[in-house]
Design a protein around this ligand. Structure first.
Ligand code: NAD
Ligand code: UGA
Length: 467
C-alpha cells in the first residue's frame, strides 16, 4: 500500500514537536516535515548551524538533526504556508495549567490548542488529518472538530479528520523512547485516517505495538499513564520519611519490592519529588475533570499524589536547616543539579527551584552547578539575578553560578544533590572535603552518591530514606 501522506506540518517546536518530528523524518525519508512555531528565537536555534545551540539537549538528537535538517526536516515560522501544504498536521503545543479564570490552578489552558485549530481551519486546503500530539483533557478532540467544522461554512474544499496520538516520551531518553516505544496509541473514529498514521509508524515500529482506540480512550489514557507514574513516585517518597524514622533503608525496601514482577522495577527511585512540565499539570487536570463530573472521592485520591510531592521538597528543606544547627543564614550551600532530572536541560517544575527558593529565604548563599542548565535559565526560575561569586562575603544572601563541582564547593558548608547526573555518582570526595568548611555536610536527595567515600573524608551525610 502506498502512503497518501507526503507532507507533514507540526505546530510547536518544543520538547515534543522537535524530537518527535526529527525521529519521524529520520525513519521516513520520503516524508517532508515542517516544524513551525510562533517563537522566532526557538526556530532560529533549531536552524543554528552550530549544533550545540539547539534549543533542547537530548542524547542522540543533534546527530539526527545533522542528518535530516534541510533535507526532509525544516524549521520555520511560516505557519500559514506549511499548514496549507500539509496532508497531516500535528498539534504539539504547550498545554499548561490555567493561571486565572474558571478552573485556575487545575484546569488546562487550551488557548494554544485553540489557536492552532483556528490556524489549521484558516489555512488548510483539501483533506487534512489533524493529529493531537499534545496531552489534552478528555473530549478536547470535540472542541477541535467544532473549530475546524465551523471553518467549512461557505466552502466545500476543506475537510478534516481528527486523531489523538499522545506522546509518551520521557525527557533525557526522548530519542530512544521515540525509536523504540512501549506502544503507539492512536485514537480516532475514521478508519482510513487511522491507517494513514499507522502506516507512518510502521516504518520502524512493529504492528503489535500500535494500539488503536476511540478518541476519548486515547486522550484519557495519556493522562492516566502520567498519573500512575507520578503516583508511584509519591508512594515511594512517602515511605522515605517512614524509613528515616524507623531504621529501614529506602534503597533496600525499594530493591526488595521491585523484585515482585506484579509491582515492577520502574519508577521506584526515591527523590526530592517529581518535577517536569507534565506530571503535576496532568494530575491537577485529572482532579479538575473528576470534580467536574462530581467524582470527589476520585479527585481527592489523585490530589494526594501532588500533595505528597509538595510535602517531600518542603520536608527536605526543613531537614537541611535543622542539620545545619537550625540556621543557614550566612552559610554557603552548594547545589548539585538544577534540571528536573538527568540528561535534560529542562528545569520546568524542577524540585531544585522550590528547594533553592526556600533556602534563599533563610538567608544563605547558594552556589549552583548543573552540567546543562545555563545561568540565564536559573535566573528566570529563581526570579533573582545572579550575584558575583564570593568566597568570604557569605553574609549577603543570593546565588552564584558555578562552572564545576569543585568551583562550587569552595568554602561551602553543605552540598545538596538534587539531580541524579551521572557525574555526581563518583565524585572526588577527598578533593571536595578539602575545599569545604567544617563541619561539612552532604545531603543526597537522590541516594546516588558514594557516601562511604564522603564519610571517609570527614563529611557528614544525610541520605534520603535512611536513618
Ligand atoms: P514546549 O513548551 O516545549 O513547546 C510548545 C511549543 O509550541 C512552544 O515553542 C510554543 O511557542 C509553540 N506554540 C504554542 N502555540 C503555538 C501556535 N499557535 N502556533 C505555533 N506554535 C505554537 O512544550 P512541550 O514540552 O513540547 O509539550 C507539548 C505538549 O506535549 C504538551 O501538551 C505536553 O503535555 C505534551 N508532552 C510533553 C512531554 C515532554 O516531555 N515535555 C512528553 C509528552 C507529552
Ligand atoms: C514523563 C513520563 O515518564 C512520560 O512517559 C511522559 O510522556 C511525560 O512525562 C510527559 O507527558 O511529559 P518526564 O517528565 O520527561 O516524562 O520524565 P520522568 O522520567 O517521568 O520523570 C519525571 C520526574 O519524576 C522527574 O523529576 C524524575 O526525577 C522523577 N522520578 C522518576 C523519580 O523521582 N523517581 C523515579 O523513580 C522516576
Amino acid at each position: 500500500m502506498t502512503n497518501k501522506i507526503k507532507n507533514i506540518c507540526c505546530i510547536g517546536a518544543g520538547y515534543v514537536g522537535g524530537p518527535t518530528m526529527a525521529v519521524i523524518a529520520d525513519q521516513c525519508p520520503e516524508l517532508k516535515i515542517n516544524v513551525v512555531d510562533i517563537n522566532i528565537k526557538r526556530i532560529e536555534e533549531w536552524n543554528d548551524p552550530v549544533i550545540d545551540n539547539l534549543p533542547i539537549f537530548e542524547p542522540g538528537l543533534s546527530e539526527i538533526i545533522e542528518r535530516c535538517r534541510n533535507k526532509n526536516l525544516f524549521f520555520s515560522t511560516d505557519i500559514a504556508k506549511h499548514i496549507s501544504e500539509a496532508d497531516m498536521v500535528f498539534i504539539s503545543v504547550n498545554t499548561p495549567t490555567k493561571t486565572q479564570g474558571i478552573g485556575a490552578g487545575k484546569a488546562i489552558d487550551l488557548k494554544w490548542v485553540e489557536s492552532s485549530a483556528r490556524q489549521i481551519a484558516k489555512y488548510a486546503k483539501g483533506f487534512t488529518i489533524v493529529v493531537e500530539k499534545s496531552t489534552l483533557p478528555v473530549r478536547t478532540a470535540q472542541t477541535i472538530k467544532n473549530i475546524l467544522e465551523s471553518s467549512n461554512k461557505g466552502s466545500e474544499d476543506k475537510k478534516f479528520s481528527v486523531l489523538s496520538n499522545p506522546e509518551f516520551l520521557a525527557e533525557g531518553t526522548a530519542i530512544s523512547d521515540l525509536k523504540n516505544p512501549d506502544r503507539v496509541l492512536i485514537g480516532g473514529d475514521d478508519k482510513n485516517s487511522i491507517n494513514e498514521l499507522v502506516r507512518i509508524y510502521l516504518n520502524w515500529i512493529n504492528e503489535e505495538k500500535i494500539i488503536t482506540t476511540n478518541l476519548w480512550s486515547s486522550e484519557l489514557s495519556k493522562l492516566i499513564s502520567n498519573a500512575f507514574l507520578a503516583q508511584r513516585v509519591s508512594s515511594i517518597n512517602s515511605i522515605t520519611a517512614l524509613c528515616e524514622t524507623t531504621g529501614a533503608d529506602i534503597k533496600e525496601v525499594s530493591e526488595a519490592i521491585k523484585t515482585d514482577q506484579r509491582i515492577g522495577k520502574y519508577f521506584l527511585e526515591p527523590g526530592p519529588g517529581f518535577g517536569g512540565s507534565c506530571f503535576k499539570k496532568d494530575i491537577l487536570n485529572l482532579v479538575y475533570i473528576c470534580d467536574h463530573y462530581g467524582l470527589f472521592e476520585v479527585s481527592s485520591y489523585w490530589q494526594k499524589v501532588v500533595d505528597i510531592n509538595d510535602w517531600q521538597s518542603k520536608r527536605i528543606q526543613n531537614i537541611i536547616i535543622s542539620k545545619l544547627f537550625g540556621t543557614i543564614s550566612g552559610k554557603k550551600i552548594s547545589i548539585f543539579g538544577f534540571a528536573f532530572k538527568a540528561n535534560t536541560n529542562d528545569t520546568r517544575e524542577s524540585p531544585a527551584i522550590k528547594i533553592c527558593k526556600g533556602l534563599l529565604e533563610e538567608g544563605c548563599r547558594l552556589s549552583i552547578y548543573d552540567p546543562k542548565v545555563n545561568q540565564k535559565q536559573i535566573e528566570i526560575d529563581l526570579g533573582i539575578p545572579v550575584s558575583i561569586p564570593s568566597v568570604n562575603n557569605l553574609n549577603i544572601s543570593g546565588w552564584e553560578y558555578s562552572q564545576s563541582v569543585i568551583d562550587s564547593t569552595k568554602n561551602s558548608d553543605a552540598i545538596i544533590v538534587i539531580t541524579e547526573w551521572n557525574e555526581f555518582k563518583d565524585l572526588n570526595w577527598k578533593l571536595i572535603s578539602r575545599e569545604m568548611r567544617s563541619p561539612a555536610w552532604l545531603f543526597d536527595t537522590r541516594s546516588i552518591c558514594n557516601i562511604k567515600e564522603a564519610k571517609k573524608n570527614g563529611i557528614n551525610v544525610w541520605r534520603i530514606g535512611a536513618e
